[in-house]
Design a protein around this ligand. Structure first.
Ligand code: THU
Length: 162
């Protein structure tokens, strides 16, 4: 038996102003996207903004449904929209923000759910390029990961099926 120790490195920024201009721009786009979330059941608005290598932005937000599992998270709305509309463009980064209705973005932490991690990891494989993830970690702070796969060790991918 061998023990395997995995190391993941994340950057933490104490406030918005410490982030790069590009990360700030993407976060602002995610905040804008969160305003159009359809979240009448959870009252939790999530916004995501994907930046492509060519600089274009694709926004997403959570879209809920009376049949709860039929809804979709902001991250997957943004990634699937990107895959549908820009299938030949590589994804460079994604910013994710959230706020409970009646509050403002930046206060609570939001981190992609397991399903979204699985989907985002596949886009890294598909385009052969790491995708930078910027997310709010609460109290005005932000966490940045150089790769979405860092959030999903031992991910299932299509290689296993060959
Ligand atoms: N949600 C997202 O859109 N992204 C996340 O990273 C976490 C959760 C949504 C799903 C649901 O509409 C609401 O937030 C509450 O779970």
């Amino acid at each position: 038996m061998r023990k395997i120790k995995l190391d993941s490195v994340f950057e933490e920024y104490d406030n918005f102003d410490l982030l790069s201009k590009e990360d700030q721009f993407l976060l602002n786009s995610a905040i804008e996207a969160a305003k159009s979330a359809y979240a009448p059941y959870s009252h939790f608005h999530v916004g995501a903004a994907v930046m492509l290598d060519n600089g274009e932005i694709v926004q997403g937000n959570n879209q809920e449904n009376a049949a709860y599992p039929s809804g979709l998270c902001a991250e997957r709305v943004a990634f699937f929209s990107t895959g549908a509309q820009h299938p030949n463009e590589k994804i460079k980064s994604i910013a994710v923000v959230a706020y409970p209705e009646g509050t403002e973005a930046g206060k609570v932490a939001v981190s992609p759910c397991g399903d979204c991690r699985q989907v985002m990891a596949e886009y890294e494989h598909r385009y052969g390029q790491k995708i930078r993830l910027i997310m709010q970690s609460g109290n005005g702070k932000f966490i940045v990961s150089e790769s979405v796969s860092s959030l999903l060790p031992f991910a299932f991918d299509a290689e296993s099926m060959k």
